[in-house]
Design a protein around this ligand. Structure first.
Ligand code: NAD
Length: 448
């Protein structure tokens, strides 16, 4: 993997800038520039043709300064140790920007789930957890879904963990089926949160969502729910794309019908009433809002040159390369950085874990109200930081996050900050981990 697209090096650069801006010193940088623990596992799986194949997986636990580590598990052919390490660091900063009582982690298995049967996937999921069980748990490291891992996979993983421990520990994993202690609203949470942050950004730049247009790359969990909630907000979704192709209609796609089509055909490609569109064309569309919701490094310098959107909502993790970011920032595009934009998922995962701990479950409207309140508060905190320090939204998000993690590490005696940063007290207050007052709001549909 080239250095400029390596998530581990990219996040180290982001950390470097935040540490320097806050004048925290080398001790803080050295403590946080590497994960505290990285585990590699080899998982044998008996395939349907009776061959035994060994899959390689990883789990990176970045830091537990602010609480047990937390982060998804992805199944993908391009998983690498550096990708997992980088993603685990982004999780630390994501939970910190939201003020959640977690550190960051990420897991991945090198495999192609499209080529595997359900039984093979179940065996792989169980085997991966058996290998990692001694290093995981509700107060240690808590996984969740990510690319190509569903709530069913979380259900198998929970069952395997419960068997290994001989206990029921629903707080071990989030994003699990409702019947096993999942939370209402978890499936839709990331897309829901993306749209809360888009609404907040639109307000700041005077864009009316009812008059706006959007294009979305990636139409899995995050992309499809983002389309659904943008559609509900009155925004015209004109283009979507997945790994098999794209669908474009300048008059706006019929999102409910598109969701139905994808449920049947497993792709957006060929959606009736749409024209095909490729990635470059989608990024270059004259839309107000562009949502990368697929994988890392999609908006590089070349693609960034094509962008006409006013807002980029980073629903995926690390979708913009540093060069692409620089170019977009110089053109005044309002970028909602990934660690803020897609934090709705981990926030409702936190709600799920809290509910598991209490053994008491909230109705969907309550989850939605709490999520809206937390996303809006985090957005406002980052925006204030941006204004006070005259930096980009991304840099502001890192200032908020790194400040919090460094403060926790110092309180544990792990490091001495060079100097306590001068952050206005109202912003520090906003970073307290207490739940904000949730404003009353109308109940929201459960999603597609
Ligand atoms: P998913 O597997 O459900 O969907 C991924 C989508 O991206 C699919 O539609 C796939 O076809 C598409 N895709 C993959 N490669 C593509 C390419 N080259 N061009 C166009 N489309 C492509 O995954 P997801 O859970 O929706 O995750 C998407 C992104 O959001 C990832 O970066 C993930 O880390 C991030 N994320 C997910 C969550 C969550 O709760 N699921 C939370 C935070 C962040």
């Amino acid at each position: 993997m080239a250095d400029e697209t390596n998530p581990f090096f990219i996040v180290q650069g982001q950390l470097r800038r935040a540490v320097d801006n806050l004048d925290l010193g080398e001790g803080v940088y050295n403590l946080l520039k590497d994960p505290m623990r990285v585990i590699e596992v080899a998982v044998p799986v008996r395939m349907d043709d009776d061959r035994i194949e060994t899959f390689i997986g990883y789990r990176s636990q970045h830091t537990d300064a602010t609480g047990p580590t937390k982060g998804g598990i992805r199944f993908h052919p391009s998983v690498s140790v550096d990708e997992v390490k980088g993603l685990s660091m982004w999780m630390t900063f994501k939970t910190a920007v939201m003020g959640l009582p977690y550190g960051g982690a990420k897991g991945g298995v090198i495999c192609d789930p499209q080529q595997m049967s359900e039984r093979e996937l179940e065996e792989l999921s169980r085997g991966y957890i058996r290998r990692l069980a001694p290093m995981m748990g509700p107060e240690v490291d808590i996984p969740a879904p990510d690319v190509n891992t569903s709530s069913q996979i979380m259900g198998w993983m929970l069952d395997e963990f419960d068997r290994v421990r001989g206990q029921h520990l629903p707080g071990f994993i989030t994003g699990k089926p409702l019947v096993l202690g999942g939370s209402e609203g978890r499936n839709s949470a990331t897309g829901r949160g993306v749209v809360f942050t888009i609404a907040a950004a639109a307000r700041r730049i005077g864009l009316d969502l009812k008059e706006a247009t959007a294009a979305i790359q990636g139409f899995g969990n995050v992309g499809s729910y983002t389309a659904h909630y943008l559609d509900q907000a009155g925004t015209k979704v004109v283009a979507v794309e997945d790994v098999r192709g794209g669908a474009y209609n300048p008059k706006g796609l019929d999102v409910p019908k598109l969701l139905q089509y994808v449920a049947e055909h497993r792709t957006v490609s060929g959606f009736p009433g749409s024209e095909p569109i490729d990635t470059k064309q989608l990024f270059g569309l004259d839309v107000d809002i562009l949502v990368p919701a697929a994988l890392e490094n999609q908006i590089d310098e070349a693609n960034a040159r094509l962008v006409k959107a006013k807002i980029i909502a980073e629903a995926a993790n690390g979708p913009t390369t540093p060069e692409g970011d620089h170019l977009l920032a110089s053109r005044g595009v309002f970028i909602i950085p990934d660690i803020l934009c897609n934090a709705g998922g981990v926030t409702v995962s936190y709600f799920e874990w809290v509910q598991n701990t209490m053994g008491y479950y909230w109705p969907p409207q309550e989850v939605d109200r709490k999520l809206r309140a937390m996303m809006t508060k985090a957005f406002d905190t980052v925006y204030k930081m941006k204004q006070t320090h005259q930096v980009s939204m991304r840099e502001a998000a890192y200032l908020v996050a790194v400040h919090r993690v460094a403060e926790a590490a110092e309180a544990r005696g792990w490091v001495h900050r060079k100097r306590a940063p001068e952050i206005p007290s109202d912003q520090l207050q906003a970073m307290a981990t207490t739940m904000p007052e949730a404003p009353a709001s109308a109940p929201v549909a459960n999603g597609p």
